[in-house]
Write a protein that binds this ligand. Structure first.
Ligand SMILES: Cc1cc2nc3c(=O)[nH]c(=O)nc-3n(C[C@H](O)[C@H](O)[C@H](O)COP(=O)(O)O)c2cc1C
Length: 251
C-alpha cells in the first residue's frame, strides 16, 4: 500500500528524507506540501497511511507548520512522523509534531529525528544524510511498516519536554546582491509570500520565517543572510560542527 506524504521542506533536505522513507514503504500516493500558501483543506481517513516531516527550527517545529496543519484533518489515521535537524539538537520538535498530529486526529505510531545538512550553515553536517543514514532509514521504514499490523494503535513516546522551549527567529531577512537578475523565482517559491512581488530585493520582515528557501534555490546565488547574522550563527554552531550526531528512532 502506498503512502501519502505531508511535508514542509524549505531547503530540500527534509523532502529527500521523507521521499526515501516513502519509497522504502511502497511509494508515494498523495502529496501535501505545507509550504504552499494556497494549501486547501484535506482529510485523511482511518485506513490511509501518512508520513509527515518537517525541519527543526530552534528546537521546535516551524510555527508555519503548526498553522498549515490546521488545514489537515485525520480520522484516527496512523501517521509516521519525521523531523530533520542540522546536527545541533532537535529538543522538543518531535514531541511538538506528534502532539500537533494528535490534536488533528492522527495517531503517531513511529517517529524519527534525522540529521541533515544545516540549511543556514551548509558546512555543518555537510554530508548528511550519508549512505549509512539512508540505510538506517530503510530499516526504520521496515519496522514502522510492521506497526500497521498492530490491532491497537498506541501513540509512540518520543523525547522532548512540555512546555516546549521558547524560540524566536533572528530579526533579520535575507539580503540580495548585484547578481540578482529579477527572475522572480524567489517570489514564487517563498512559503509565506514575504518577498515583494514588484521588487525581489525587498522582504517583509513580519512575514519572513528565515527558512532559507530563497537562499537555497536562487539560480544566481544572489541571496544570503546578512554577513553579521551569518557569522553569528556560524560561531554558535562551531562547537557542534565537529560532532557526529546519530539519528534517533522511536516505535
Ligand atoms: C530558522 C532555522 C532554525 C534552525 N534551527 C535548528 C535547530 O534548532 N537545531 C538544529 O540542529 N538545526 C536547526 N536548523 C537546521 C534545519 O533544521 C535543517 O537544516 C533542516 O534539515 C532543514 O530542512 P529543509 O532543508 O527541508 O528546509 C535550523 C534551520 C533554520 C532555517
Amino acid at each position: 500500500m502506498r503512502f501519502s506524504i505531508v511535508f514542509f521542506s524549505a531547503a530540500g533536505h527534509t523532502l529527500k528524507v521523507i521521499r526515501h522513507v516513502a519509497e522504502q514503504m511502497g511509494g508515494v500516493d498523495r502529496t501535501v506540501d505545507l509550504s504552499n500558501p494556497f494549501l486547501k483543506e484535506c482529510t485523511f481517513g482511518k485506513d490511509e497511511r501518512v508520513i509527515i516531516a518537517c525541519p527543526v527550527y530552534g528546537g521546535r517545529i516551524p510555527g508555519l507548520v503548526v498553522e498549515r496543519l490546521r488545514k489537515v484533518t485525520f480520522e484516527s489515521t496512523r501517521v509516521i512522523t519525521l523531523v530533520t535537524y542540522g546536527n545541533r539538537a532537535y529538543e522538543d520538535a518531535l514531541l511538538e509534531l506528534n502532539d500537533t498530529i494528535l490534536v488533528r486526529g492522527g495517531i503517531p505510531i513511529a517517529s524519527a529525528a534525522v540529521v541533515t545538512q544545516h540549511s543556514m550553515v551548509p558546512t555543518v553536517a555537510a554530508n548528511r544524510p550519508t549512505e549509512i543514514d539512508f540505510q538506517n532509514l530503510s530499516v526504520f521504514a521496515r519496522f514502522a511498516l510492521q506497526k500497521y499490523d498492530d490491532m491497537h494503535a498506541v501513540p509512540v513516546e518520543v523525547s522532548g519536554n512540555r512546555p516546549y522551549r521558547a524560540w524566536s527567529k533572528m530579526p533579520v531577512t535575507p539580503v540580495v546582491s548585484g547578481k540578482c537578475v529579477r527572475c522572480g523565482m524567489c517570489i514564487q517559491r517563498c512559503p509565506t509570500m514575504a518577498i515583494w512581488i514588484t521588487d525581489p530585493k525587498k522582504t517583509d520582515p513580519s512575514k519572513c520565517i528565515l527558512c532559507m528557501r530563497c537562499v537555497a534555490m536562487c539560480p544566481q546565488g544572489a541571496r544570503s543572510l546578512p554577513p553579521a547574522a551569518q557569522q553569528a550563527i556560524e560561531k554558535k554552531l562551531a562547537p557542534v560542527a565537529k560532532l557526529t550526531r546519530e539519528n534517533e528512532f522511536f516505535f
